[in-house]
Design a protein around this ligand. Sequence first.
Ligand code: LMR
Length: 395
Amino acid sequence: LFGAIDMAPRDPILGITEAFNADTNPAKINLGVGVYYDDNGKVPLLQCVQQAEAKLMEQLSPRTYLPIEGLAAYDKAVQELVFGADSAVIQEKRAVTVQAIGGTGALKIGADFLKRFSPDSQVFISDPSWENHRALFESAGFIVNHYTYYDPATHGVDFEGMLSSLRKMDAGSVVVLHACCHNPTGADLTQEQWGQVIEAVQAGGLIPFLDMAYQGFGAGIAEDGAVVRRFVDAGGPLLVSNSFSKSFSLYGERVGALSVVASSTEEAARLLSQLKRVVRTNYSNPPMHGGKVVATVLATPELRQLWEDELAGMRVRIKEMREALVAKLAEKAPGRDFAFVREQVGMFSYSGLTKEQVGKLRDESIYAVDTGRICVAALNSKNIDLVVDAIAKVL
Ligand code: LMR
């Protein structure tokens, strides 16, 4: 049986971390995976997380099972963050949220749920999109297509192309949209463009699935989440996956959630029962620790303020690295204009480097994704010159 099984390809993102880990060069730099490092090249343990953990240590509790849908206080806190505490969908109990194993787990629950109730839908992801989107929806049994998104010539969004793709989709198609900080391109829609996308989604009877893994890394927590609220206001079905991996620097705790907006309280109860069925048959119920930490921070005013400040600090440092990268590349690679890096939003820059150039960077122990995506959040004042010199060399 096992003798005929082929070797699966390395994961396009996490496979790079595997190669990076195996590299013995002490000066190696991982610009592959989307992880925020501080200026000392360390993944931060946020103060708000440490303080919440200290609080939890004072009231240690038995490790019983969580409910299938997760910790109630966590699900509530997620809803308030994602939809706004004063949101009508919360007051009307039309939103249901299940705690998930990171943003990926949330997408998978959503994909399995949609496959069960809309089996003939096709799924559309942006061109390009996060590498795992296609694999996740295909593994749930969907046919996955692209909608036009990125224009390499402008390093921005081909918005007319995007609208035209949306208008051609059959009613009932699932359209996966990046709520903010588009991964991998860093090219986001303007608020005005979002308005037109919402109109096209509504007019076409499409099912929007917003993936929000980077809330707070664009313009701010509320600003980045604004599109979710606009979709809610427009009415219709909506799925939102969100993650605290990046915004709380809780990667290994796998803390995310899936929220679904229903048209009535009664419908919401039915949806929740079905989401629980998906969770139960995948992993039964979620782990406790990360959810407790996030719920504690979000519900404790001084910890929440601390989190907002720490997240702002990460956002600002990434912007500083963008500025530094543009300035240094202008000096070291004067033939090429990298000013677009400044306009990109979130952790990533779609640098325009080719697969071959990325391969040459790897020879210098600098790791990026084959598509040319680099994680700006992994640059710091000590490694940026090495990176710039290496990029200038491969150009
Ligand atoms: C990324 O895009 O690098 C992150 O979302 C990590 C992952 O799981 O791929």
